[in-house]
Design a protein around this ligand. Sequence first.
Ligand code: NAD
Ligand code: MG
Length: 393
Amino acid sequence: MKGVTILGATGSIGMSTLDVLRRHPERYRVVGLSANTEVERLAELCRMHHPQYAVMADARAAEQLRERLRKIDGGIEVLAGAAGLEIIAAHPDAAQVMAAIVGAAGLVPALAAVRAGKRLLLANKEALVMSGRIFMDEVRLHKAELLPVDSEHNAILQCLPILDGKALHELGVKRILLTASGGPFRAMPLEELHGVTPEQACAHPNWDMGRKISVDSATMMNKGLEVIEASWLFAVPPEQIQVVIHPQSVVHSMVEYVDGSILAQMGSPDMRTPIAYALAWPERIAAGVQRLNLFDVARLDFSAPDLVRFPCLRLAYEAMARGGTATTVLNAANEVAVQAFLDERLAFTAIPEVVEAALIEVPSRAASSLEVILDEDARARQWTQELIARRAA
Ligand code: NAD
Ligand code: MG
């Protein structure tokens, strides 16, 4: 029986994780669940899954949750804030921790799980984009087990032999082919992109996701973040990662070998597959996913990405090439710009403009410590907020 903590339990990945766990009560039990401010939803999840701990990032919300849970038997302990997240991430009863908080807020709690030597199921790609080298060093130092949940990275893992500390080139890997659906605006006339609304941007054709990653998929910043994520996870330079537009979202990514073989992982676009794979690895467990019917799929299309339509993808490669805290700045500016777009304070096409300005204007430094990363994140956020306010004035 393995204990599992879910950071970001009320989100799209958190709920899918709980759905997989619920199917295997003999294998897993829930140790801790967390949310930001969604009291009702977390209370409901506590009633269903009876965790030992429930954490609200927001202190007032924690008080409200305590009130709601008073009536449930079983004594669920309610904790609050960063300290509470750290407690459930590092708790000795939790062998596995799902990192499914969205954005930079997920970095410190994910690192707490790494430092406690857990199996970390990493959905929060922003953590690696912000602090890749430090994060990977901590994984090695604390002998944590890092299993990617992002569907592409999970697919790549599935197409590799067990690494055993070997570098990919030693295994005969030539390139990684990272697939991307191209999002909802892949074929929209360029002059119409300016006017797209948050509702349109969040209506992804194949995947049902949180709002931030949905917008990232529409700008293709999501794929840019994933190139950076893959580069750190698998220790390959970005030049060896080719983004491939594949609108059907059936092939979740591929690995090309020196002998000419390309291995692909396919399946229905449902995050419960990579979640189940990461939970049970190296075993396999049922995930409740509808089987892929190849006769319904019928055909698979592949094409090269359009960097004019999707400047965010270019910006991600540029930030990675610059190194240091440039990817921290990229991530922070993007989070602020996406929130402004969702709040209807910024046009869709202004997202890459704002991120590019931040990359040029906010000086990057050597990413020498977590403190430097967090400081740079705060600085880039502030700078980007001010830029957006100036543009609106
Ligand atoms: P979501 O918005 O649906 O859920 C986010 C979760 O994080 C919620 O539980 C929320 O309460 C919590 N949260 C938000 N802000 C917080 C804060 N400041 N402090 C503490 N908790 C906070 O997001 P999602 O779609 O589930 O995505 C989660 C992460 O997984 C993201 O990093 C995303 O890029 C990644 N991911 C998601 C998918 C997907 O299909 N949804 C696929 C691949 C990767
Ligand atoms: Mg992905």
